[in-house]
Design a protein around this ligand. Structure first.
Ligand code: MG
Length: 182
């Protein structure tokens, strides 16, 4: 067991949970939108078939979906709504994740970007959100394996989300919206 890594992950987990809770408590009376990044606002899966010098480089060169840039900015500009980004990535990608969001004009700063180790961990965050805030939206494709030609879904997690008192916007709606022509 790598004690250093275990400790680092534990501290990062505590830090992000605290940040999320503080964010929720600061926005109790408005609608909170939780946005996934990969394959929701970023066209991630083609990058998984390409070669990059580093994981940071791969993240920084992802293409953003213009409709998602517009939607997230509209939410951030609305006085009755706010948003937070929730992504399953390595904790080490925290800096490059924020850098990519800002480079692509997404309404992100150090207070509204949360990293979790896996899709399953997002469920704990969704539970935290509904326990603190009455109007929660979760926009997350919850899909994987596109790069291998067969889209798969985190079915167990989707099933849990559908039972929660929140509005879940999933893959089909996200893809329709990404490709919508005004
Ligand atoms: Mg995703």
């Amino acid at each position: 067991m790598n004690i250093g890594r275990v400790l680092f992950n534990y501290i990062a987990d505590c830090w992000f949970r605290r940040k999320f809770r503080l964010f929720l408590r600061g926005h109790r009376h408005i609608s909170v939108f939780i946005f996934d990044i990969d394959n929701t606002i970023a066209h991630t899966y083609p990058s998984l078939r390409q070669t990059f010098t580093s994981e940071k480089q791969r993240h920084l060169t992802l293409e953003a979906f213009p409709k998602m840039q517009q939607l997230t900015r509209a939410i951030a500009d609305s006085p009755s709504r706010t948003l937070i980004f929730l992504t399953a990535r390595s904790y080490k990608m925290c800096g490059s994740t924020l850098e990519w969001l800002r480079q692509n004009q997404f309404p992100a700063d150090a207070s509204n970007v949360i990293i979790v180790p896996s899709a399953a961990d997002k469920i704990k965050y969704a539970e935290m959100a509904v326990s603190e805030v009455s109007r929660v939206w979760l926009v997350d494709d919850m899909s994987y394996n596109h790069e291998n030609g067969a889209v798969k879904f985190y079915e167990k997690e989707i099933e849990l989300l559908l039972k929660m008192p929140l509005k879940y916007i999933g893959y089909q709606t996200i893809v329709r919206f990404q490709n919508k022509h005004l």
